[in-house]
Ligand binder design. Sequence first.
Ligand code: SF4
Length: 342
Amino acid sequence: MSTAPTTPETDQSQPAALSPTERKQQLIRDIKALKKERNAVILAHLYERVEVQDVADFHGDSLGLSQLAVSTEADTIIFCGVHFMAETAKLLNPEKTVYLANPNAGCPMADMITREELVQFKAEHPGIPVVAYVNTSAEVKSEADYCCTSANAVEVVAFAAQECGVSEVLFVPDKHLGNYVQTQLPQIQVTCWEGFCPTHLRMNPEDVIKLKKEYPDAEILVHPECDTPMKEMADFIGSTTAIVKRAKESRAKTFIVCTEDGVSQRLSQDCPEKTFFTPTRASAVCPNMKLTRLENIYKSLLGQNEPMEIPAEIAEKARRCIDSMMRIAGSKGGPAMVGKSS
Ligand code: SF4
């Protein structure tokens, strides 16, 4: 049970002389103090603003943060990401208090399929297992058999087909990730829902070609949520964490990073000796991921947001779907998908 936090310095009348930078530093100090007091952990997705990632205890991708949410001993989890991520953290930690730092941050791709639509899709393909990308609501997960992230989608689809003894798998909601899985597993028919990520689809090959002409030695790193023509240009295709790892380990000095702009920003900070470009930069920003600001984290720590709640009947079924992914990830030793913010 959470205890009432003491009044932090930010709530007291601020000296008028504080500059915006000093106010921000004060807010960061207040967040750190309140976090300790409430035994809270702050988790931030790599697409979040850099200042949000910096104040977080950990930043990473969906799978890494989910794994971390399971192992944390904190009483409260503040999730800086979008709705389905905080929902997943709550499913994995039913006894903990979980806040989505900004309750208005949703994912348009996750909203492209409802539970009712999935029930109908299953009825049209009887006996075929469903793999749901983690970018789905708990309601949709409650109707799926397996869950995956972009980091392990190929493994999970292969596992699902093998475990169920079938050669077809239904994949929801991202058809671009599903199509990528299909190229990696030609022996399995991957039947995809028609969902997509608007942010990744706004990146276009012309911008990559232009950058490549200017920087011919640049490595092209592409997220599988991008369209096929983008993936065909890639030197490397991988999840956000795989892209970060590749950029850090590669001998190349320049990279064209085809995923949400937050990843390039993070890499520019972590590897100042290398250069990172995001094609179509202005459009390669997920507006939902950028909704979270330091003030939202602070408000959540004060308990001023509604904590995440999921109806028991949905939660139980959705948890089974997520557990299937954790089981598969665990059997592979569990990828280290998170970084600790300093
Ligand atoms: S980047 Fe795409 S998939 Fe990720 S939260 Fe934004 S809209 Fe959803």
